[in-house]
Write a protein that binds this ligand. Structure first.
Ligand SMILES: *Cc1c(COP(=O)(O)O)cnc(C)c1O
Length: 399
């Protein structure tokens, strides 16, 4: 099949929940992707912040192949070595105490919400608790995760959602304080808002929330699904702040392409929350994803990926600042590490489409932000190449 035939067949068969770019991707190597027509692309999206190690990492691929030949799945009724190793590694990297592996980010958010509700129920003996979430947030598409996603547009058709969820303004501590009452059991937020347009939590905001949570025995749930796993130059973005979450969720780059997520809790939360019978998953934490997660942590540590991200993200920052100085249509530049955004006064959808035509994969966030979440192995030469293409595309946009 050629690419047009692939796309026609896709649109006849797949449920149309995405307006996809007109490209059929077939293979990848390093930070490059190739479509079925053989055209090459420079990737600044990493499959939405998933493919941290880029594509075709020989060591990662070999570990997966080896596990395929050994054992793929056992169910959680038995122990398996790869996930036991993965659990120890994610615990060490996060400083959390207990982990539950899921198959996706949204499922990890579900588990985090259930853990918080169970904790409050065990403590108080009743269930009418409330959760504070943030406007402009994104936590996933399942009904529970959607209930704490502060985007009315995503929620509208699916009401009624979970009750007892209230929305505060991100980076506005007073708006959080105003919603706290005796029923509040948890506050959930992304350490760096991703889909909403790349907004890092301010230090005062996050540390202020953490202090309130500690004082009132409210659980702080940090969603690190997009900003975690080294993307900001720390293994988890909250490690840049003077806080420790009670519950955190990870996914996306946790398996670098294998579907896996996780929610992690402190021992204190674990002791009062989920027990046998409260939660489960058939696939979650199977040997295959365990092999992937273990290898990801091994490579990230050995290859000093965090140090690389810290250094290279400064270079990206400076190049995007240069673009901002040159193009009036760029209104803001923000972010942290390799999670940066440019807010534009021209349609970002058109910019990303034109960039794609020129061989640059770039995604958007919110309604007016270009989002830069490349593989963490990106180098200066790739950033220069991205700069040239984006400079050209922006120069061609009518103001
Ligand atoms: C992607 C994402 C999710 C949802 O993860 P899925 O694997 O798509 O379910 C939740 N929270 C954040 C911050 C995300 O970026």
């Amino acid at each position: 099949m050629n690419s047009v035939e692939y796309m026609e067949t896709a649109e006849q068969n797949l449920l149309h929940t995405y307006n996809r770019f007109g490209v059929v991707l077939e293979s990848g190597k390093g930070v490059r992707l190739y479509d079925t027509d053989g055209k090459q692309y420079l990737d600044f999206a990493a499959g939405i912040a998933v493919c941290a190690l880029g594509y075709g990492n020989a060591e990662y691929n070999a570990a997966l192949k080896e596990q395929v030949d050994k054992l793929l799945h056992t169910s959680n009724l038995y122990y398996n070595p790869p996930i036991i190793q993965a659990a120890a590694l994610v615990k060490k990297a996060s400083g959390m105490d207990r982990v539950f592996f899921t198959n996706s980010g949204a499922e990890a958010v579900e588990g985090a919400i259930k853990s918080a509700k169970k904790y409050a129920y065990t403590r108080d003996g009743h269930t009418d608790h409330e959760i504070i979430a943030m406007e402009n947030s994104f936590h996933g598409r399942t009904l529970g995760a959607l209930s704490v996603t502060g985007n009315p547009h995503y929620q509208e058709a699916f009401e009624p959602l979970l009750g007892g969820v209230r929305f505060a303004r991100f980076n506005d501590l007073d708006s959080v304080k105003a919603l706290i009452n005796d029923k509040t059991c948890a506050i959930i937020l992304e350490t760096v808002q991703g889909e909403g347009g790349v907004y890092p939590a301010s230090k005062d905001f996050l540390e202020g929330i953490a202090a309130i949570c500690q004082e009132k025995d409210i659980l702080l749930i940090l969603d690190e699904i997009q900003c975690g796993m080294g993307r900001t130059g720390a293994m988890f973005a909250w490690q840049h702040y003077n806080v420790r979450p009670d519950i955190m969720v990870a996914a996306k780059a946790l398996g670098c392409g294998v579907p896996v997520g996780a929610f992690l809790t402190t021992e204190r939360v674990a002791q009062k929350s989920l027990v046998p019978g409260d939660h489960g998953t058939t696939y979650g934490g199977n040997p295959f994803v365990g092999a992937a997660v273990s290898k990801v942590f091994e490579i990230m540590e050995r290859d000093r990926i965090l140090e690389h991200v810290t250094a290279i993200s400064e270079y990206l920052w400076n190049r995007l600042e240069a673009l901002k100085d040159k193009h009036e249509c760029i209104h803001d530049h923000r972010g942290i590490g390799l999670m940066q955004g440019l807010q534009l006064a021209v349609p970002v959808g058109v910019v990303s489409k034109r960039a794609l035509q020129q061989g640059l994969i770039l995604i958007t966030a919110g309604s007016n932000v270009l989002r830069f979440v490349p593989p963490l192995i990106i180098e200066e030469e790739h950033i220069d190449e991205m700069y040239r293409i984006l400079d050209d595309v922006l120069s061609g946009m009518v103001k």
